[in-house]
Ligand binder design. Structure first.
Ligand SMILES: Cc1cc2nc3c(=O)[nH]c(=O)nc-3n(C[C@H](O)[C@H](O)[C@H](O)COP(=O)(O)OP(=O)(O)OC[C@H]3O[C@@H](n4cnc5c(N)ncnc54)[C@H](O)[C@@H]3O)c2cc1C
Length: 381
């Protein structure tokens, strides 16, 4: 006999980030006969920046979302345009090529799953992806989860590790000339890193698709400059992290201190000096603008924490295994385990999910951590 909806248990999702929203769609798509679902979000502020969505991420998104969402994926993950290489390139402090991973570009997001390479993917607009996932979802906005009282040890206390690297990140609208110069340093690869000699590095990610239709079109670059945190500690530096100018001036100071003058350094300084001019714009797809932020890179390796009690609380995404922004899906795994609910009880499903999620994500966190730690040390140490 079919259950009436009233009798179904309710899954409550806390946080409408990409992870929570993907799981919301997955419950509706695969588990609608077994569960009801509600989603709460503490704030309505936009979430910006470009991200690289690789084959694992794309496969998970397709498994979890309905066709009416999938049909809109190209808005967030547009087809490659001429000159774009959806791949990673690393150069040294003066622009000499260190690594370039040339790959066959997928023609569209729909082709990625069939490319048998885990790093096949597309540089995507994170804010647009979230907007698409948000559409039609009944979010309970302005609701912050402040505690959970079912049992004292129900919520795991996760160990956050400070990687001793500080990163200043910002989304910047740059003119075509700057976007093309960036591309030429990195052999047209869109995921870009320049390693410095003193543990510092530039990171940039862009699409060669203008964000406006003016005579002087702009391109959105997600830009980061990172350096060893102990420099700020030793110098007892005072920065107003709420003042974009103060943060950008600090980034410039570190660049001038740690990089020798050259064409690459000059370009990076010029790009950063555009920040005050990089105004938010409501037009698609540059709907959001991230002001510069200085933050310490931290991560959570779930295997560094003793297994937590398997009860009705489940963690997924960055809440369980935040990693520094280099690699990175749990919504499909949790859905597949919850498909067994009724044959197995809820706690058994969650236990199996926790075991697999901890092992899988630990591997990614450790890989990502190792990259940051290697880059943090000055060359030759
Ligand atoms: C600069 C940068 C670049 C990145 N680049 C990449 C990339 O190239 N590729 C990639 O795969 N990943 C990348 N990432 C990581 C990726 O963005 C995250 O892994 C992903 O956003 C995690 O999604 P999530 O839903 O788990 O968490 P989040 O996106 O952090 O969402 C969590 C949501 O929960 C809400 N929330 C939190 N606490 C509460 C509460 N108590 N009550 C109610 N709501 C709450 C928050 O407001 C937020 O909306 C990058 C991250 C950064 C910062």
């Amino acid at each position: 006999m079919e259950k009436t909806t009233e009798k179904l248990p309710t899954i409550i999702i806390v946080g409408a980030g990409i992870g929570g929203l993907t799981f919301y769609h997955s419950v509706r798509k695969h588990l609608g006969q077994k569960f009801k679902v509600k989603i709460f979000e503490r704030e309505s502020s936009p979430q910006g920046y470009n991200i690289y969505v690789n084959r694992k991420g794309v496969t998970s998104l397709f498994y979890c979302t309905p066709p009416e969402v999938q049909i809109r994926f190209p808005e967030a993950m547009p087809d490659p345009v001429p000159k774009e290489q959806h791949s990673i390139s690393m150069i040294d402090h003066v622009g000499r090529q260190l690594i370039c991973l040339p790959q066959r570009n997928p023609k569209t997001v729909y082709e990625i799953e069939s490319i048998k390479h885990d790093y096949a993917g597309l540089v995507s607009y994170r804010n647009r992806l979230r907007d698409i996932l948000l559409e039609g979802v009944d979010i309970q906005w302005g609701k912050k989860c402040v505690g959970y009282e079912e049992s004292d040890d129900g919520v795991p206390e996760l160990k956050i590790l400070d990687l001793e690297v500080t990163s200043i990140d910002v989304d910047i609208a740059v003119p075509k000339d700057y976007a093309e110069r960036l591309m030429s340093f990195y052999a047209n690869c869109l995921v870009q890193k320049s390693l410095g000699q003193y543990g510092d590095s530039f990171f940039s990610m862009l699409r060669l698709i203008p964000i406006d239709k003016s005579d002087e079109p702009k391109y959105r670059v997600t830009f980061g400059y990172s350096y060893p945190t102990n420099l700020d500690i030793k110098e007892n530096i005072k920065i107003d992290d709420n003042d974009p100018k103060s943060v950008i001036n600090h980034a410039m100071l570190r660049i001038k201190q740690l990089r020798s003058p050259c064409e690459l350094t000059d370009l990076m300084i010029k790009i950063l000096s555009l920040v005050p001019l990089s105004q938010p714009d409501d037009n698609y797809p540059f709907k959001t603008y991230n002001p510069p932020r200085r933050r310490q890179l931290r991560d959570i390796n779930p295997l560094s924490v003793p297994p937590w009690k398997d009860d009705r609380i489940v963690l997924l995404g960055d809440a369980a295994h935040a990693m520094n922004p280099l690699l990175g899906l749990d919504a499909d795994l949790l859905t597949k385990e919850l498909l067994n609910y009724e044959n197995d009880n809820l706690v058994s499903c969650i236990k199996r999910y926790n075991e697999q999620m901890r092992a899988r994500s630990s591997k990614d966190v450790m890989a990502s951590r190792s990259i940051v730690i290697k880059q943090r040390d000055p060359v030759g140490t």
